[in-house]
Every structure is written in structure tokens, then in C-alpha cells.
Design a protein around this ligand. Sequence first.
Ligand code: PLP
Length: 386
Amino acid sequence: MKPDDDLIYLDNNSSTRIDPGVLEEMMPFLTERYGNPSSSHRFGAQVKDAIKLAHERVAALLGCQPNEIVFTSGGTESDNTALHSALQMTPGRRHIVTTSVEHNAVLNFCQTAAKRGCEVTIVEVDGDGHLDVAEVERAIRPDTAVVSVMWANNETGVIFPLEEIAAICREKGVVFHTDAVQAVGKMPIDLSRQSFQFLSLSGHKLHASKGVGALFVSRNSKFHPMVIGGPQEDGRRAGTDNVASIVGLGKAAELAASTIEEENTRVRALRDRFEETIREQLDDVAINGDPGARLPNTSNLAFLGVDAQAILIKLDQEGVCCSLGSSCTTGAVEPSHVLRAMHLTNEHARSSLRFSFGRYNTEAELDRVLEIIPRIVRKLRQLAPV
Ligand SMILES: Cc1ncc(COP(=O)(O)O)c(C=O)c1O
């Protein structure tokens, strides 16, 4: 199904449209190329070659080796696998360090690990969504198995100083994992210059399909698989490969490598014009998260005094898609855990919406949104003045 022509999709941190080039490469593997890549015949070997190419393409985007990429079912599985593996690698160490603004794929894993006897230290962020590197360092103990810090936040776009954190972990001999689900494809990444053990990414955030992702596993790191069975992915992730999606992720990685610069110029310009105009047209609009250290596509705005859910419903009626905090909590009445972790008041958090721009957004769409949002917010403010 094609999205409505009238739809303005500003929810690219939730999921992205599959790139036509990605779909084109996937299609043969959903139709005539249905062989099992593990089979010994040539029909299967062709499929195996396509998976090999996908490893090479994802590795090229990340600046690592093809055999350091393990395909998974998505960001959640990659995060879980990294943490699981780190705990298995160091059986004497039962302590995890993470942050209060991680995705639930990390936070809920940690909660479950805590129920099973691990200890978890959650490092807080400040009002701008920043992490104090010294606090991360202080949290590391002799029994710390892994430090897991996201590269960029899915709700605010705030980018963390990962190089510094990874360097501290290396110095202290602690495994470092980053959830880079929102960073990959939006900012340049060169793992050959980093000392990470694990990095997670997800296909549907970079114009590939849902239900596919990858975990970078450093060749210098030990690894314990979470999904156990057949020999796929060099024995690191069992189960017959999700071939079409893996092929699509490879293509998406190749395309991302060539569009990152665009993300940093055209998409950033759209986002910046959006914020500037909204704040010119409306009083009492605050940017959540440090405006200077954010992903180029993300805008999390508080329309103070207005219930964000009411704005979201009105925007939805006009064909504009955005998000109340993280999409995984959409529908929940509770304000997002990320905005709460930034010590914003409940009222401030409840007035906040996330707009995330992407490859397919246009200036014409922006013009329409910049007419719609101020009109809706003014009307809601008139109806329920503070
Ligand atoms: C930062 C972050 N980590 C992990 C995930 C989970 O990825 P997936 O949907 O591929 O399981 C998401 C998805 O929203 C995310 O934004």
C-alpha cells in the first residue's frame, strides 16, 4: 500500500518508508530466489552470496569487517544479544551500567537481569538530556560486566560522547555496547577508529524492512549467542536467515552511506526551518534536548500549556504523523520515560511531541505543516487557556 498522497510523515524515528531501491533488491528473494542459503546446491549458494554481499555493505557503512556483522531480527534482539553475551563472557561479573534514557530494549533487559541476580546502575541525564561522562566512569566497578550507552536518543535526538565512554571502558577492561539504532544512517560512523565490542542497529530506521537488524561484534571480542540452533551467521545467530530483509538491509546500508551528507544538510535545514518558524509563530514552545548536540532530523517540542495528545489527534486528522515520545509508548497516558528522566515536569512532558524528518520529506510538506501546527495550537490554547 502506498502512503496517502496527502500524508505528511514526520515520524521517521519510529519507522521509515522502504526505499524503492531496497525493495527492488529484496523482491527476487521473496519470489524466484527462494533457496535456503545453507543448502549445498548452487540455487542455495546464490542466496548465500547475496547474504555475503549484505555483510559487506553493512560493514562498509560502519567501517568494520564483514565478519563482524551478525544479522538479527532487529534492534531489540541486537541489544538483548549484546547484553546477554557480555554477561555470559564474564561470569564472575554481574553488574551493568546503563543510562536512564535508553530504549526499553536495554532498560527492560536490565530490569529482568536484576531480577535474576544482576545489579544495575542507571546513570541519570541532565535537563538537556546530556550524560556526564565522569558519572559513567564512577559507576564502573570491578564486577561491571558491560556498559551500555545509546549513541543517539530516539526521542530527543541528543547524541552522547561515545568515544570518551568507550575509551574509559577500554582502559578499565569493561565490555562496551552501544544501541546505535537511531544513529546509523543519520551520522557518519567509523568503527575502525573506535573500541566498541558491540553496536546494535535496526533495518526499519534506515529505509529497510521491519524485523531485521544487525549486531556488530568486534573481532577482538568473545561472543556468546543468545539464539541457539543451526550454524547460521557463523554460529552466532541460529535460524534460517531472513534472506529478503537481510538483502534489503545491505542495500539500505549502501544507500545510507551515500545519503548521510544529505541528512546533515537538506534534512537538517528542514528541521531547523521547522523549529525556527514554529517558535516565531507561537509563544511558549521549548525544544527538549540540547539543540546543539542532536541528530539532524529530530525535533522534540513542548507546546507549553497544551495537551500534546490533543495536538497529535488534530494533526492526525490533517494527515500529519508525529509521535508522543517513543512510539513504543504511544497510546500510554504516562509521559515518556526519556522526558521524565530529563527532570521535565509532567505538565511539560505531556505537552511534548516528537517530529522526526527523513529522506522523503519536502519543502512543500514543511510549508503545509507550518500552516497547520500554529493554527491547531492557537485554537487549542483558545479553548483551554492556561
Ligand atoms: C534507540 C532504539 N533502540 C532500539 C529500538 C528497537 O528496534 P527494533 O524496533 O528494530 O526492535 C528502537 C526502536 O524504536 C530504538 O529507537
